[in-house]
Structures are given as C-alpha cells and as structure tokens.
Design a protein around this ligand. Structure first.
Ligand code: ADP
Length: 164
C-alpha cells in the first residue's frame, strides 16, 4: 500500500493546544502529516508567515512523521502537487460545520482524489481558537492554558497594548 500523506492546513495565527491535539491524532492515523501554514491573504495576521511556521515546527518537533511547510495559492492544487491523499480539518462546534462543508466540497471538485477528513475536537479544547487567543493576548490576559510553551514565549515578547 502507498504511504499516505495527509496535509493539515490552516492559518495557525497562532498555533494552539487544539491544533496540537489534532496534529498528534492525525500523526497516529497517517504515515506522514504535513502541517501546511497558509499565507491567508484575506486577513491581517498577528504573526508573520515565517513566525507561524517556525512556531508550528517547534511545537511539533516531538512528532517524527510530521513536517511543516507554508504555501500561497489554491490548497487543492497544492495537495495534488505534494501527492497528498487527505486533508485533515478539525471540527469544534456546529458553527465550524458550514464553512468546512463548503471548503470540503470545493476542494473535492478541484481535486477529486484528495479526501477531506474531519477530526472532532477533544472536549477540553472545544472552546479554544486562535481568535480567542488573539483577543485575550491583545488585552494582556493569560493565554497559558490555550497555547503550547513556544507560542506563549513568542507572544510574551510581542505583548499587546493592553487596556487604554
Ligand atoms: P483556518 O484559518 O483555515 O480556519 P485555523 O488555523 O483557524 O485555520 O484552523 C485550522 C483547522 O484547525 C481548522 O479546521 C479548525 O477548525 C481546526 N481547529 C482550530 N482550533 C481547533 C480546536 N480547538 N480543536 C479542533 N480543531 C481546531
């Protein structure tokens, strides 16, 4: 059987414990997992593409079959170029579903051989999101229960303005 490569795409702005949980679980299901850090041209990000990629690399260093790459463009085309058989996405709540459903259909139309696989969040991370982390960080709150230590350190040195 062909070794199965799965991509786990996202903005990871920043990478959270919820993301890490999905990567760890995907790494047990697939031969190889590539975390694909997307440039995200539609949103202004807190961290640069380079910083996001570096932090995901640090946070997943313990996983031997996980690599980290970044890309700009159409994910479906990129997945085919990489020889990936699957795209992994995480689902937290019903509100994630509509967007993920549309993305999965679009990607399937563009790349019919690449299967989207959804992993359900672990209970303790159901309310963890990058946007919540950015909001708490902006106001100087404690994000230590939301992000892995390398992200915590990086965001400490880029502390937000706090309440004015
Ligand atoms: P995007 O900008 O593509 O939505 P994100 O970095 O926000 O990228 O998320 C990447 C993927 O990880 C998405 O499928 C998202 O639903 C999933 N995800 C984010 N946070 C969690 C979490 N706490 N538990 C499970 N999946 C999550």
């Amino acid at each position: 059987m062909r070794a199965q490569l799965a991509l786990y795409p996202g903005s990871f702005d920043p990478f959270t414990l919820g993301h890490l949980d999905i990567v760890e679980r995907a790494s047990r299901l697939f031969d190889r997992v590539e975390v694909t850090v997307a440039e995200n041209t539609s949103k202004k990000t807190l961290l640069s593409l380079e910083d996001r990629r570096r932090l995901v690399t640090e946070c997943t260093a313990h996983l031997a079959n996980v690599t980290v790459c970044s890309f700009t463009g159409l994910l479906a085309e990129y997945a085919v170029r990489q020889g990936a058989g699957a795209l992994v996405r995480g689902l937290r709540q019903v509100s994630d579903f509509e967007y993920e459903f549309r993305m999965a259909f679009a990607n399937r139309r563009l790349a019919p051989d690449v299967e989207t696989v959804f992993l359900m969040t672990s209970e303790q991370y159901a309310l963890v999101s990058s946007s919540i982390v950015r909001e708490i960080h902006h106001w100087g709150g404690d994000i230590s229960s939301f992000v892995p230590p390398p992200v915590l350190r990086a965001l400490k040195t880029a502390q937000g303005p706090g309440p004015s």
